[in-house]
Every structure is written in C-alpha cells, then in structure tokens.
Design a binder for this molecule. Structure first.
Ligand code: PAF
Length: 268
C-alpha cells in the first residue's frame, strides 16, 4: 500500500496512472477514525474498481466548533493498519497547509439545501464539505467516489455539486451500516459515555417508529436527547426523515426512508 503525505509525491504518482473505463479509480474520502461503515465504502470501491484510493484528512473548514475539531479522534496508525489489511492501493494524507494554500479564499457554496437541516445550526459546515470534496476530486481525479447514506444531506449536496459543475465523477452511495442495536456507525460514537451509548439506539428506533416528525421530536426529547431537528423531506421523489440530536456533548445524525418500508409509513 502506498502512502502519500505530500501533494508533490501524490501528484507525481497520479500523473503516472492511466485511468480508463476498465482501469477505473475508486476514491473514498474520509476524516479517519475508520469504522465498519468506512470499511463497507472501501469494500464497494475495491469490488468495483481496478484501483482504490482512500484519503484521510480532518478537514478544518467543515467544523463549526473548535472543540469538535480538537477532540476529533485521529488514530492514524490504526487506520493505516486497517487499510493495509484491506489491500487498498494508496492512501492520501494531505496537510491542511497544502489543501488550503489559498487560506480558504476560494470556496464552493450552495444556497438552498445547505441552509436547512444540519446547515441551519452549523454555519459554513457544508461550504467546508463541498470545498474540500471538490479539491480532493480535482487532486485524485477518481472515476467513482463513495459516500455513506448516513450523511444524507452531504450526499445530496455532493451529487448536486457534481451535476452543477459537470464534474466527471460518478457518486456512489452506500447504505448506512448499523450496530446490532440499530445505532448508525459513526466516528463520533466512541465519544459517548457508557450511559449515553445505552440510550443512543433509541435515536434510530424513535425515528423509525414515530408516525410524524413532530412526534419523533417529542419522544426524543422525552428520552433525554437534545433535539436539533427532525424533518420529513422529499429528495428526488424519495421521502426521508432526517434528524440530528445531542447526547451529552456528542451530536448524532441519522435518516430513514419513509415510503420504502414495505410501502408503509412509520407507526407508533
Ligand atoms: O463524511 C466525511 O467524512 C467528510 O464530510 C468528508 C466527505 C470526508 C469531507 O471531509
């Protein structure tokens, strides 16, 4: 497995790769602290492409709270060992100085969807996400890029950006991976105390079972979550319930399809 820590080395290697429809390049951008959810994205890329590249970059511009950025887990050695085991072809570890050599004077922003849901309380978050994803796409030039459905709003915005800017990348979405008790896998789960971890699966259960977004909101608040939002919304004729809530200092997000559950709406 090749590990690239500088832009120069990366760009040199990338320029030597001839990528075609047959020799395709799958890309999985991550912020590290890899868990089974990431591994399923990587598995899809390995199965569908000749080469798989994973980036690990804790992107400072998408954090709206300094505390969240400073406490973001960064177990790099463990991540690299996992990627080696999976037989990923290359890992790209750019530095912030290299990715943002312009001091973030240039950015990508979207003016509708990015203002709603998570964007309503996380100012600048999606500008940071879209900007880093565009920069990484330009550096990696993948055939396909893989994103998890847990971050549904992020996935929709990235798809929209790729379409709006005619970017030659296929965005592949991968279903949310859950713990046995239903909690969506996330790097932030490791910050939950043992009491919070016991309560956390109620987040998905309530979203799934409540018969309306407002009922889910009430039930979550009553169960001890501090709800940011629960909303039912249409995305390309697909209705989903999106939610974010805090347990202690940890912010959880999740979403569920509403109409594909055997054609029924959630029930109480
Ligand atoms: O989903 C994530 O881990 C990040 O938002 C991403 C897409 C790697 C951009 O930093």
């Amino acid at each position: 497995m090749l590990v690239f820590k500088t832009l120069n080395e990366w760009q040199q290697w990338r320029s030597q790769q001839s990528i075609t429809a047959v020799r395709s390049l799958g890309f999985v951008p991550t912020m590290g602290a890899l868990h089974a959810g990431h591994l399923s994205l990587i598995g899809e890329s390995l199965a569908g492409n000749a080469l798989t590249v994973v980036s690990i970059f804790v992107n400072p511009t998408q954090f709206d709270e300094a505390g969240d950025l400073n406490s973001y887990p960064q177990p790099l050695e463990k991540d690299l060992a996992l990627l080696e085991e999976l037989q990923v072809d290359a890992v790209f570890l750019p530095s912030s100085e290299q990715v943002y050599a312009d001091n973030y004077r240039y950015k990508v922003s979207e003016s509708e969807l990015s203002e709603r849901f998570c964007g309503a309380s996380r100012e600048g978050h999606f500008d940071g996400v879209l900007t880093v994803v565009m920069r990484l796409f330009n550096l990696v030039q993948p055939t396909r890029a893989y994103f998890g459905e847990k971050d549904w709003q992020q996935l929709e915005l990235i798809r929209g950006m790729v379409t709006a800017f005619f970017m030659p990348v296929e965005v592949v979405s991968v279903a949310t991976l859950r713990e046995q008790d239903g909690l969506a896998m996330s790097s932030r789960n490791q910050r939950l105390s043992s009491g919070e971890r016991k309560l956390a699966p109620a987040f998905h259960r309530i979203l799934q079972n409540a018969n309306s977004a407002s009922s889910a909101r009430q039930q979550l608040n009553a169960a001890g979550f501090k709800v940011d939002y629960v909303d039912d919304a249409n995305f390309d004729q697909q209705k989903r319930r999106l939610a974010a809530a805090r347990l202690g200092n940890t912010r959880l997000i999740d979403n569920i399809p509403l109409e594909s559950q055997a054609g029924t709406q959630p029930h109480e």
